[in-house]
Ligand binder design. Sequence first.
Ligand SMILES: *Cc1c(COP(=O)(O)O)cnc(C)c1O
Length: 365
Amino acid sequence: MPPEFHADAARAEAPALHPETLVVTAGRPGHEPGDPMNVPIHLTSTYVAGGEHEYGRFGNPSWTAFEETLGALEGGRCVSFASGQAAISAVLDLVPNGGIVVAPRHSYTGTIGHFEDRVATGRIEIRWVDITDTEAVIAASRGAALVWFESPTNPALEVGDIAAITAGAHAGGALVAVDNTFATPLRQRPLADGSDIVVHSATKSISGHSDLVMGAVVATDDATVDAITARRTLVGGIPSAFEAFLALRGIRTLPVRLDRAEATARTLVERLTGHPALAEVRYPGFGTIVSIVLHGAEPADELVTKTSLWIHATSLGGVESTFERRRRWPAEAETIPAGLVRLSVGLEHADDLAGDLLAALDSLG
Ligand SMILES: *Cc1c(COP(=O)(O)O)cnc(C)c1O
């Protein structure tokens, strides 16, 4: 009988099983004769009173199966949300009124939106930092309630030292939350580095098929998990049972998808570097996202109309390769180069992807 793996066990000690095994075995029903292999999609708003579940906004077995799996990978207890944005909101709700938040200047635009919205209403104060400058981030964390961390950043792909910054921030009493959407728990485990909270847009690589929007928070401390769960129950930013089912189906192949797309990303970086149409090729050395910088907005806008395989679309982490010029969004930080195109590398053959992109780059005026 395969070992049952629960988030509680992950929390107590380092997981005994490899992540490749956990994504397959976690969140399964029992192994009694006749048990279904997968947790069914529980389409119900309410449950007969007196059992584990009472009402659909409080819990759903289809969420639990996904939460056990992502929680096992990150090494904590997972609370799933309707979107990455809802997950981020629940974490920011933990900051006391007037509390100071330290955040990367180049955070994801939606995250910047959360911060700016709360600053505008006087709810929080913000200190923007360059996350590659460990000393500056630790200095800024003095007196702060929360250090928000995104690494690699979207779309600048800057990498910060999570362990060092967490230690420095904890010394000053700040909580540390890490948006782990880009790295995934297979390339970076912030809770093992001492961080308090991990956040995901499960819309991206975790589910991996561009067919749903979901988010998650993972933490080790029970009081933090309870507070996050209470926010979800109160505000109601809950995932649907169907999307949780799809996200679980997606995460089961995360290791193989990631390995393949990452290998292709490396090939693309090699073949793109030095192309005369490019001022820069950015790659943090791991993961499936590459940012290329063209000589201005115009050639970048032209590029995205000239490929046949690469799809001009926002979002990332799907099986299909997508790309977009990030500054087409007014909310994107002005310090992101106007000609930066973020590539999300999918599962098509590396030669086909490279050929399509290089032909488009060659054809630019
Ligand atoms: C997409 C994204 C989010 C927001 O998630 P949604 O699922 O779109 O709400 C947060 N952080 C990062 C790094 C993202 O890429």
